[in-house]
Ligand binder design. Structure first.
Ligand SMILES: Cc1ncc(COP(=O)(O)O)c(C=O)c1O
Length: 375
């Protein structure tokens, strides 16, 4: 019998395949189509010739751990004990999987806010935990009254994702204060804070769990170099947790991967020493604005986008089809692939909305928006 009977081909693979079949512009899966920073590719060429090809320490290359600690200090004023509180992982996906395996016991409930990224449910089910899926409000921000109603002595963890995929919304200080209150009032509760888009925010600076003293002892904060450095295929990320939590996470990590790709760790270590991540937000903001300007006279309603590289569009004025059918129609008949956001929810409350990835070359964005204006 399958351990995960409900799991089928992911919507990302399905829409990317359909985009290929119909020669459509692929704004479905979230990955950049522009080259990586030249400095990074030169470092790959240089580093591959060095003695970097054997296992790194299980928690990560020591120099890289120091660089990440510096980055977290600069960004969020959090001081880390690098050998005890930081772990380099094979992308955020492994960080999330490992954390859930380490902390969730059979029967424990884990709160997930829908629509939610698709890598949370399966790891919970594999350790016989119970996912409790709570819809975000109509504006894709947390409905704290509803969340608080679902928290009980059985609740072991809440998984949050800010900046949020698929909506592109970011949390306000009032949301973070509610989160602090929730964690403070429930001593059994851990926070798994998925912040992979932390450096891709626009008008407002990202509010991280790292910055809140009282969240630190109860949280695992997850980051992704894939998103931050436009290298999704390298599958490089990291997580931060206080020692007691980290000791349990490391027990799983050592038998899952033991240690992460050494070449990539050495390259990122070198890269972070001489690079700033400050311009990432403005680079993507220009792409967001180009995308939004390009469709301002279309029949789509443009929803708010504060961060990430996803723009959601409401097509209620164009079609009565459900979002999966409409996304298929757009790919086959109009040559543009997107993601229907209902697939991120158990009971979809956010109707008639598609997600478009604008992490693309400007030329691709311009072609895509001119197609969207014809619909
Ligand atoms: C919200 C969210 N969390 C986690 C991940 C996984 O990140 P990684 O590719 O580093 O495993 C993604 C990737 O799309 C994501 O959007």
């Amino acid at each position: 019998m399958s351990k995960l009977p409900q799991v089928t081909t992911s919507i990302f693979s399905k829409m990317s395949l359909m985009a290929k079949e119909h020669d459509a512009i692929n704004l479905s899966q979230g990955f950049p189509d522009f080259p990586i920073d030249k400095k990074l590719s030169l470092l790959v060429e240089k580093t591959v010739k060095n003695n970097v090809h054997q296992y790194c320490p299980s928690n990560g290359h020591p120099g890289l751990l120091d660089q990440i600690a510096d980055l977290i200090h600069k960004s969020y004023h959090r001081e880390l004990n690098t050998s005890e509180e930081l772990l380099v992982t094979a992308g955020a996906t492994q960080a999330i999987f490992t954390s859930i395996q380490a902390l969730v016991h059979p029967g424990d409930e884990v709160i997930i806010l829908d629509p939610s990224y698709d890598c949370y449910i399966a790891p919970i089910q594999l350790c016989k935990g119970v996912p409790i899926r709570i819809p975000l409000g109509p504006d894709f921000l947390p409905d704290w009254a509803l969340i608080n109603k679902h928290v009980s002595s059985k609740t072991k963890m809440i998984i949050t994702n800010n900046p949020h995929n698929p909506s592109g919304r970011t949390w306000a200080a009032s949301d973070m204060n509610e989160l602090v209150r929730l964690i403070n009032n429930n001593s059994n509760l851990y926070l798994l804070s998925d912040e992979v888009y932390e450096y891709i925010t626009f008008e407002n600076k990202h509010l991280s769990a790292h910055s809140y003293e009282s969240l630190r002892a109860k949280s695992i904060v997850v980051s992704s170099f894939g998103k931050t450095l436009h290298i999704t295929g390298w599958k490089m990320g990291y997580l931060v947790a206080e020692k007691k939590i980290m000791d349990e996470i490391k027990k799983i990590h050592q038998y899952m991967v033991f240690s992460v790709n050494s070449l990539c760790q050495h390259v990122i270590f070198e890269y972070l020493q001489s690079s700033s991540l400050q311009d990432i937000g403005s680079m993507y903001q220009a792409k967001r604005d180009l995308f939004r300007k390009g469709i301002e006279h279309s029949r789509f309603k443009i929803l708010p986008c504060d961060g990430t590289y996803f723009q959601t569009l409401d097509y209620s004025k164009i079609s009565n089809k459900n979002d999966v059918e409409f996304a298929e129609e757009l790919t086959k008949d109009f040559g543009i692939a997107s993601i229907p956001i209902s697939v991120f929810s158990e009971n979809n409350k956010h109707k008639n909305i598609l997600r478009f990835c604008f992490a693309k070359q400007n030329e691709t964005i311009e072609k895509a928006t001119s197609l969207l204006c014809k619909i």
